[in-house]
Design a binder for this molecule. Sequence first.
Ligand code: NAD
Ligand code: MG
Length: 335
Amino acid sequence: MSRIAKIYTDKDTTLDPMKGKRIAVLGYGSQGRAWALNLRDSGLQVTVGLEREGKSWEQAKADGFTPKKTEDAVKDADVVIFLVPDMAQRLVYRERVRPYLKEGMDLVFAHGFNIHYRLIEPPSNVDVYMVAPKGPGPIVRDFYVKGGGVPVLVAVHQNHSGKALEKALAIAKALGGTRAGAIETTFKEETETDLIGEQTILVGGVMELMKAAFETLVEMGYQPEVAYFETINELKMIVDLIYDKGFMGMLRAVSDTAKYGGFTVGKQVINEETRRRIREAAEKVRSGKFAEEWIEEYGRGSPTLSKGMEEMDKSLEEQTGRRLKELIERGRPKS
Ligand code: NAD
Ligand code: MG
């Protein structure tokens, strides 16, 4: 079933397919800013396209771009990169991109959602491909500036020119991604794994596990500050160890008592039932049910999302975290 992924690095790739192309980066947020700056620093020709003069517009100007209205950036472009929020892409495509699409143009995505779930259905005479950085925008920029790069996934949905993969790899290189590596995937695999990952672990799972542990300790009468350090703050150090040295490196760095307790109790907390639920969540992504639900929520003005943000902002763990941050700041040596 599993196969070995194809990985491209700097030596397998060239910027040539993007040289002389006029690239419109739509959106100047987390990814948009990183892409526009990295691509420009790599010698490519970048215009930033935005809906209106606001915060992103000011930021782009401060970074030395001359932003244009979305449709003006698109009219003059060979390559259009969608870096506005996923839920906004459909409307931006329909109103500002579709009317100006010409044969031979490229539509580029950083996440497969709109193509995979058919919210955007481009005509067959353009290339459609993806370069998806596996990290937040500010890190994509920071690693690039320091001579490195965040790994990326690349995928081709439509290959009108016959050169779509080469172009995706050229953008991956300009982003710094091939300094680490670009792994070839499909829109389906990227979209589904990205959603499953953020729901079950990266955002949902980890946050709920930390909350569950924190709130249980507090209910049992332990001080919130002590509980916060133990169940939330220290996680970063453990994850950093895993990130740098793998599970074995982390295990070697903790005590034998921690190893023994971890091996025996971890499996009781995260058990077969948890696995069954991860599988259920994954099936809901695969069937398109999750996408349907999220599109419907977005259409109603995202009430569940707003409520989640509000509740978290007011939660005891967040309040405790803020208080401790002040304490840590106070203790930091001045200058
Ligand atoms: P973001 O929310 O940080 O940036 C949004 C940009 O779009 C801003 O310039 C904002 O002004 C503009 N914008 C906001 N609402 C808009 C609307 N309704 N219409 C038009 N423009 C609007 O977005 P992001 O997190 O950088 O995500 C961009 C793309 O990158 C998405 O496809 C996302 O899945 C993908 N991606 C993001 C990350 C990440 O770490 N943030 C990682 C990998 C891939
Ligand atoms: Mg994600």
